[in-house]
Ligand binder design. Sequence first.
Ligand code: COA
Length: 215
Amino acid sequence: MDGSLIDDSTGLRYVHLEISHAERLQELEYLCFPTIDRSDLYDAGDIGRLARAFPEGNFAVFDADRAVGMGLGIRVHFDFDHTQHSLSDLTGSEETGDDPTGRWYYGTDISVDPTYRRRGIGQNLYQLRKRAVRDLGLDGIVAGGVIPGFVDHKHVMSAEEYVQKVVAGELYDATLSFQLENGFEAPGVIGDYITDPAVDNWASLIVWHNPGLDA
Ligand SMILES: CC(C)(COP(=O)(O)OP(=O)(O)OC[C@H]1O[C@@H](n2cnc3c(N)ncnc32)[C@H](O)[C@@H]1OP(=O)(O)O)[C@@H](O)C(=O)NCCC(=O)NCCS
């Protein structure tokens, strides 16, 4: 399709984030994260600022005029010796948190409209992020990953045990399993990452290394 960053033959259009997308993507954000406190979510103003600061690393997906997916992120200097952080440490100010000198792409948001899931849109968004990381010569992608399936296990195991079981393939998590499938490692958990009572605010730490820098 004309002007799409990915030709997936489904007629969807993958584009760099633009300020004009902000209102529609705010609605998508609220639809995709129903249990997370809205203070932890992007609103239209945040999305517009991201479009201005780092369009080459931010992506939106449209079916005609309808926003059906987005993959958002910022550049940061990530300290792997101190991985404990909250999402609002990175995105909570009036600024985007994007540091053009940062060596890591921090994935702040990946969302697909529930009625468009399991068609490869999420995977395509990860392809676009990885392409951006390669093109910019960054070290890789890091993020706090939500673990929605933990809600059904939190009374019988810790978040750390849950993540280990998902990594081992013993449990399935709609988000973390998808991220592992897309080449991410999950080396640990992050407490108080977001305000999400369903999972007692836990998230997984997820990391993808740019293979182009391994040599
Ligand atoms: C996580 C999320 C972005 C994935 O988006 P998606 O577009 O459904 O992702 P994909 O279609 O690429 O992959 C999802 C699954 O569908 C499978 N799939 C992909 N195309 C498929 C097809 N044509 N037929 C059947 N299954 C398919 C994938 O293999 C994957 O399976 P897995 O979970 O076993 O790995 C989406 O579920 C979402 O928005 N969740 C809520 C928000 C969220 O949790 N975001 C992450 C924040 S850290």
